[in-house]
Design a protein around this ligand. Structure first.
Ligand code: MBD
Ligand code: FE
Length: 255
């Protein structure tokens, strides 16, 4: 384990030193950057800043090592203790969110159903807040776990998310703007899918044609289109068929 820490940290230090050399970074610039990171941490934004720039690389590592549904950004706002819900994620009525039924089937890479798996789902409020993190929104809103049935199926109702702006007035937003970038992500629903014996999947679902689907501030490519869902309605309710394929843990070991 400590071999792993040594190996990875030495590689990161080497990469950063190389960048500082290449760019001839001065004492003043270096000190300003250290203070910037200090303030970012004091404001609780270090996970956000790190994820904006680096989570995409971890996603690429995962996708190179596994088959099945493509992995995607987790982002800084996952909380493991969301409640199990009975078919419906609690959302706030004041937003009058459009209902959406998220449903699908979980299978393994051979097409067999994967029952009794847990889908842990989370999304932001329409004004870009995550429960349990921002503004004292109770943690049982906009988050919920469901279990797949024996045939691998699941379904859960929620409300449609809208394009999401990362906390724009903090250090991360200011840095992105200083770089000439913006602070928006496409509307998205997060999922973590897990079952013992399978490689867990962290993924997101996006909406076809939605703003920022191809211009995510987190360098995301929105999974190269694979988890982008077209508009489809049943009885006036938008449905998203999010079928998911899990790689086995054995395949992971062999990879
Ligand atoms: C988010 O809500 C998010 O999903 C990601 C990937 C990064 C920052 C905020
Ligand atoms: Fe998010």
């Amino acid at each position: 384990m400590s071999d792993r820490v040594k190996e990875v940290v030495e590689a990161i230090v080497g990469g950063v030193r190389q960048a500082l050399t290449d760019k001839k970074v001065t004492q003043d610039e270096y000190r300003a950057a250290v203070m910037y990171l200090k303030e970012t941490a004091e404001n609780g934004e270090l996970p956000l800043m790190i994820d904006v720039f680096f989570n995409i690389t971890i996603v690429e590592n995962e996708n190179a090592a596994h088959s099945g549904t493509r992995s995607d950004l987790q982002g800084p706002y996952y909380l493991p203790d969301a409640p199990f819900v009975d078919g419906e994620i609690k959302t706030m009525e004041e937003f009058e969110g459009k209902p959406v039924l998220v449903r699908g089937t979980l299978t393994d890479t051979s097409g067999n159903p994967v029952g009794d798996a847990i889908l842990d789902i989370w999304q932001s409020t329409p004004d870009g807040k995550y429960s349990g993190i921002h503004d004292d929104i109770p943690v049982d809103y906009y988050r919920g776990k469901v279990r797949t049935a024996a045939d691998g199926s699941y379904s859960v109702r929620t409300t449609e998310p809208v394009p999401y702006q990362i906390p724009a007035h903090g250090k991360t937003g200011a840095l992105l703007r200083a770089m000439g970038s913006h602070t928006w992500r496409p509307a998205h629903i997060h999922f973590k899918v897990s079952k013992e014996g399978y490689h867990p999947i962290t993924m997101q679902a996006y909406f076809e044609g939605g703003e920022y689907v191809n211009d995510d501030c987190c360098s995301g490519k929105c999974n190269e289109g694979q988890n982008v869902f077209a508009e489809k309605y049943e009885d006036g309710v938008r449905v998203m068929d999010v079928d998911i394929v899990m790689d086995t843990a054995a395949a992971q070991a062999a990879a």
